[in-house]
Design a protein around this ligand. Structure first.
Ligand SMILES: [Zn+2]
Length: 96
């Protein structure tokens, strides 16, 4: 059987992507396009990432109380190491 060039996403994946994009737009406006962790200024939509404080794989949700806008260096440093996050983030997101 022939396969199309594009892999289709499931309805669940499509919904997750839509929720993520909407939340990212909302948070970007709130932080004025600045990394919420290092305050790196005015990066564009592609330069900033929506980070999950508790990773999706560990039961974290794509929601305002579990997400931050971060530049890619911060995203890479912290997404897998919540314990290294700054104190204010640990307090805000209940990281122990
Ligand atoms: Zn940063």
């Amino acid at each position: 059987m022939k396969q199309g060039p594009l892999r289709r996403v499931s309805k669940k994946q499509a919904k997750e992507l839509a929720v993520r994009a909407a939340l990212k737009r909302e948070l970007l406006e709130e932080c004025d396009h600045t990394c919420m962790t290092c305050n790196n200024l005015r990066l564009d939509f592609r330069g900033l990432s929506l980070s999950h404080v508790i990773a999706l794989g560990s039961g974290g949700k794509t929601a305002r109380d579990n997400c931050l806008i971060e530049c890619y260096p911060c995203h890479d440093d912290y997404e897998k190491h919540a314990e290294r996050r700054p104190e204010w983030q640990k307090a805000k997101f209940n990281i122990v």
